[in-house]
Design a protein around this ligand. Structure first.
Ligand code: FAD
Length: 288
């Protein structure tokens, strides 16, 4: 199914993100993750591309196809473009089409200091325009409630987001955030600029203080006092941190659903246990 169809019922869409196995990991490990996640009945599952130490390319395509064919769940493949030429993308379009991939989260990818970018695609919007003219794929894009780290001004970032939507992004998934009011401010601004596609809120459960600190440094999410207090008190106590992180994420999701957001995208970090605990505590809210 094409992702935009899922938003037509008006209920809060719930989706998951997973990443492919690490470089020397077997693809079989992903079956364990998918077995644990699929009976939570997400509306769709997204598969990252070359992020988190995974092998770029083949495994993203393979796993996206497995989710659709073996787990009968809608799936979306992430795809970055900053290090690709037009010839690379032509090959990827062919492979995606052969694998029955209907949805792509089109991304620029992070600029890496030690890698000279290719110059065929400068922004995600360039990738969308190029692929849209050559395939029947449905495109989604990323958005940043507190602004992308390279953009000093949120309004300018939203102007750039409008270019991405005008290029053909039919649905947006947000960067993680811990302060729902930042997301609501962003939504108001995006809607005022005429961005009318469904926007999902990205939620990352903070269950490990060290990994979340790394993540926050990379994405620049602001930290409400309620959140910093949890880390200060439970950061060195793994079980308590996990329980507090699960409760915090569930609380965020309930507030988002009550505000009538289009959807919630849970960064599962391939951990079905955490996803299950969160989903169990919000399931009736999400379904209503
Ligand atoms: P763009 O939309 O191109 O934006 C990048 C910057 O350029 C922004 O500052 C924007 O304001 C500006 N900009 C955009 N368009 C224009 C324009 N036309 N003119 C001038 N300026 C412009 N990374 C991975 O490597 N693999 C993944 O699987 C992955 N998944 C992600 C999933 C989500 C939901 C999110 C939020 C991020 C993900 N990322 C992933 C990270 C992403 O690649 C980085 O955040 C990257 O730095 C920006 O990607 P983008 O697609 O948002 O870029």
């Amino acid at each position: 199914m094409r992702i935009p169809e899922l938003f037509k019922s008006g209920k809060t869409v719930l989706s998951f993100e997973i990443f492919p196995p690490k470089k020397d990991g077997s693809i079989d490990t992903v079956y364990k993750t998918l077995d644990g996640l699929s009976d939570l009945h997400p509306d769709f599952i997204s598969v990252t591309y070359g992020a988190g130490g995974s092998l770029p390319g083949a495994s993203t395509r393979e796993i996206t196809s497995i989710i659709k064919e073996k787990y009968h769940t809608t799936s979306i493949a992430h795809l970055t473009c900053i290090n690709s030429t037009k010839a690379d993308i032509d090959r990827i379009i062919e492979e995606f089409t052969e694998s029955g991939i209907e949805n792509v989260l089109a991304l620029r990818g992070d600029l890496m200091p030690d890698v000279e970018p290719k110059h065929d695609f400068l922004h995600a919007s360039d990738l969308i325009s190029y692929m849209k003219a050559r395939s029947n794929i449905s495109f989604s894009g990323a958005c940043y409630p507190e602004g992308h780290t390279e953009c000093d001004d949120l309004d300018e970032d939203i102007d750039n987001l409008k270019i991405k939507v005008d290029a053909g992004a039919e649905h947006l998934i947000s960067q993680l955030f811990f302060d729902n009011s930042a997301f609501y401010r962003f939504l108001d601004k995006a809607r005022a600029k005429g961005i009318n596609v469904p926007i999902e809120a990205g939620i990352m459960p903070c269950v490990n203080a060290n990994s979340i600190k790394r993540m926050i440094t990379m994405c620049g999410a602001s930290l409400p006092e309620k959140f910093t207090k949890l880390i200060a008190r439970y950061g060195e106590k793994p079980e308590a941190m996990r329980d507090a992180g699960i409760a915090y994420a569930a609380d965020q999701i309930i507030d988002l659903a009550a505000h009538g957001v289009d959807g919630v995208h849970l960064y599962t970090m391939n951990d079905p246990f955490i996803a299950r605990r969160i989903c169990e505590s919000v399931s009736s809210v999400i379904k209503s």
